[in-house]
Write a protein that binds this ligand. Structure first.
Ligand SMILES: Cc1ncc(COP(=O)(O)O)c(C=O)c1O
Length: 393
């Protein structure tokens, strides 16, 4: 393949030792294990015994802010919490509606509900699998306060059109960029398109870490100030014990902050490795009958996971499993089809979501993490090709 050759199978990079290709390998943090143990020891035995929201967290936030050119970055306890903090800081609450994609993760709906507002589901674009701006516009009512598109798998939502729509309708724009750290669209980084964006650092994300965490990113200082207060029970960070607003506990861990600071230098290489693997898949799978690959290109791409659509998804999945390739179906049901959220849609007009339902039925994610060897990537590619060509003979 066209990727770097220094990752050809070497001891320790193929954990199963028998060609099995794990979706997420147990050696995801392999290069940084020693650093992690040293950081754990140093902070654990440090004189100040500071384990949350200390100097490491501040330096981590500053480093992300400087790389992005954001007004501020606020580290918090998860991507889900970041969504909730943003919606709360923007004043969204009971009586309000937020348009979210019908296809995606549960926090897209749950974070809205936890503010007291109601998520309204819009259909997705069948190729990018992200919220369709034209469909979203049809969901706007007098109660709508915000649009909340989410970048999906490896493709950013159409943020230029959402920016235009938000401006034309006077709505807030929340960019769920949880999976898109490092992506850039039209020269603007993921996270900086709307009033605020976020990243998730949960283990499996592109800048995942061994634990839970996330960050809010924003170009707006006032939004940042409110989020800093909200994340620590409404205190202002200057004097403890004074609660200006009703906040939550969404604080960040010092060990994780120091570890992420250490790993920041390698992020670009890891993202590059993912991008090369994704390009290889698309280059070799796009022509297959019954298979739809993500749209090719590099602008607005993030490669959190590589997800294709297959007409016979379950058969392909079984075939890959037999070939030793782990795959994943992220969202087997659309959000409005989930028991938790279905009652929200009763009596609402236009509740079809045909593209979201099609994606739920056909989507299959292939391993794309940076620890894959070239041989593993070739094996995954060949296995998908063999199945698709045999199935359509
Ligand atoms: C699009 C999207 N938004 C939000 C989240 C929530 O992030 P976390 O798992 O860190 O709470 C995720 C993570 O799965 C996600 O994929």
């Amino acid at each position: 393949m066209t990727t770097t050759s220094d990752r050809d199978a070497t001891p320790g990079t193929d954990p199963a030792g028998a060609g099995r290709v794990p979706f997420f390998p147990p050696d995801l943090f392999h290069e940084d294990r020693d650093a992690f143990l040293r950081i754990l020891y140093d902070i654990g035995t440090g004189a100040d015994q500071k384990f949350i929201l200390g100097d490491h967290t501040r330096r981590f936030e500053d480093a992300l802010r400087d790389r992005l050119g954001a007004a501020d970055v606020i580290a918090c306890s998860s991507g889900t919490s970041a969504l909730h903090l943003i919606l709360t800081a923007l004043g969204i609450g009971p009586g309000d509606e937020v348009v979210v994609p019908a296809f995606g993760c549960a926090p897209l709906a749950a974070a809205v509900l936890h503010t007291g507002a109601v998520p309204v589901f819009g259909d997705i674009d069948p190729r990018t699998l992200t919220l369709d701006p034209a469909d979203a516009e049809t969901r706007v009512t007098a109660r709508t306060k915000a649009l909340m598109p989410a970048h999906m798998f490896s493709v950013m939502a159409d943020m230029p059109r959402f920016t235009t729509l938000a401006a034309a309708t006077g709505l807030r724009l929340v960019e769920d960029s949880a999976v898109a750290q490092g992506a850039v669209l039209d020269g603007r980084p993921a996270g900086l398109w709307g009033d605020a964006g976020l990243y998730s650092f949960v283990q499996v994300k592109a800048f995942g870490m061994p634990g839970e965490g996330g960050a809010v990113v924003t170009r707006d200082e006032e939004t940042a100030r409110r989020i800093r207060m909200l994340r620590n029970h409404g205190q202002d960070g200057v004097r403890r014990g004074l609660h200006h607003v009703i906040g939550v506990n969404s604080r960040f861990d010092e060990v994780q902050a120091a570890f992420q600071l250490h790993r920041l230098a390698g992020l670009a290489d890891r993202l590059d490795r993912r991008a090369r693997i994704a390009a290889h898949y698309t280059g070799h799978l796009a022509d297959l009958p019954g298979v739809t690959t993500p749209p090719p290109g590099t602008d607005g791409r993030c490669h959190y996971v590589y997800t294709l659509l297959a007409d016979d998804r379950d058969a392909l999945r079984d075939h890959l499993a037999a070939e030793g390739v782990d795959t994943h179906v992220y969202y087997p049901k659309t959000l409005p089809d989930q028991a938790a959220f279905a009652p929200l849609t009763a009596g609402r007009p236009g509740t079809g979501w045909p593209h979201a339902r099609d994606a739920a039925r056909r989507q299959l994610s292939l391993p794309v993490h940076h620890r894959l060897t070239d041989a593993q990537v070739e094996h995954v590619t060949a296995a998908v090709r063999a199945h698709a060509l045999r199935a359509h003979r």
